[in-house]
Design a protein around this ligand. Sequence first.
Ligand code: PEP
Ligand code: MG
Length: 563
Amino acid sequence: MFEQHTVIYGIGVSPGTASAEAVKVLPAPGVDADEPASTDPAADSERIRAAMAAVTASLKQQAETAGPKARPILEATAQLASDRALAKAADKKLTAGAGVTRAVHEAVEDYATILSNLGGYMAERVTDLYDVRDRTICELRGLPKPGVPTIDEPSVLLAEDLAPADTVGLDPQLVVGIITAAGGPTSHTAILAAQLGIPAVVRAEGVMDVPEGTLVALDGGAGEVIVRPSDEEVDEMRRRTERRQAALAESTGPGRTADGYPVSLLANIGTAEDGAAATARDVEGTGLFRTEFLFLDHANAPTLEEQTETYSRVLEAFGTRRVVVRTLDAGADKPLAFANLGEEDNPALGRRGLRLSQAREDLLDTQLDALAAAFEATDRRADLRVMAPMVATMEEARWFADKARARQLPHVGIMIEVPAAAISAKQLLDVVDFASIGTNDLSQYTMAADRMQGALSELLSPWQPAVLTMIRTACRGGDATGKPIGVCGEAGGDPLLALVLVGLGVSSLSMAPSKIPAVRAALHMHDRATCQQMAAYAVDALTAADAKAAVAALANPKLEALL
Ligand code: PEP
Ligand code: MG
């Protein structure tokens, strides 16, 4: 398969084109389920030691050529891979009858528990320990190395799907494109790729069968992947990007419709570095700072000082531009090691977001204290707004607002991402200052379709008339109170859908910075009355496809070149 030129269509989730050789992210191997119990622990112990030695050697070798960021991590991991106590712990498991891969797995698990309990720096090493486990098991099973490989040359990353933690250290200079077989438009692979400005296509079926090292080209806007492209195709893709960029360069400045109705165009960010990068672009501020992204790889809760420093950096970078900070939205698709309330059967319906903050009030209190301190450090000049994720009831909204206001935080808001909040938007907005619609989760919960399940992407489409009706309901609640409602889910970054959202009444759109130019240009081409007409047609449509077709029919034909 894929020995010849092949075109695959997936879902484009981060615009731009790229072509380079493929490198693969392989899943962690796990214990060999068919492995017999150890009958010769001494010989098996030798095998494990040899595997650990091979892992150590390969990590050291990688460290020698790695860049300054990766080198210390690889060296520290190499040290763990040569840890005698770990080998001895595995021996004990062998004597107790475990096979080689199970022995390694169980020994590492025991070790990880000890490190976690020690806390601090030691607990931070658990991720490296799991890396050693996976590499050693691969060595024992004769499988290629798992995880994101160390990349030295510009490459296109191929993966089944990427976990949020996998994407933390990706360097956009080296990872020039991402293609996944699974995932959907609101999965975190998609969000992070767009955040980093890396062209990406998800749901490209069969892409993991493309051999490592094969030349691949992708168009993250159109969702097109070409395996073994011709030189002409690579050139054509490049020209496509150039044409699009030239068209986009024509519109600059604040977001507004053709007749001047203002719609703030804001950037979604996940780190202080994202924030600094966003301020260099033509954006009016940040409409969603996903603070949980700061801590995806932390074993311990971040301290007050650590958080104050980060938030201060972001506020300083944005000056007097708007900064909407969302308090920790941990749980479900974004698990945090230090905010784990234990296994749940349905994590997306469980104690996540604000519910988790209610169970771990200490985490929220520290975060709000840090935000208040960072705000004071700007002499209260920053345009800081804080909002809570996953709010469902008025009591929750009030509970959060009371806490934020007790710290003199100036603007307090909520996210509307649960249908209950959309339906009760008026009551909720009565106790806060603003709301932001999270269309990713609002689609998931309206349609009862797991956003991590790429196979359900049609149900998850924010073009679904039921989702649009839910958004309209929320906007009507906003109108009734006169308080502003924005959108910060992925829907806001779709130029056509952005017009519908404006027609429904939202006054700001927040998205990955790379998506802002096309949305700005789309707004400039249409007046508000057309947006309202588009919204009315879309909400009344019978299907998602009809909704999109009805809106496209009303759109300026020049918009096509921007998509
Ligand atoms: C959303 O749900 O639309 C949202 C913006 O939040 P997240 O994607 O981080 O869950
Ligand atoms: Mg959400």
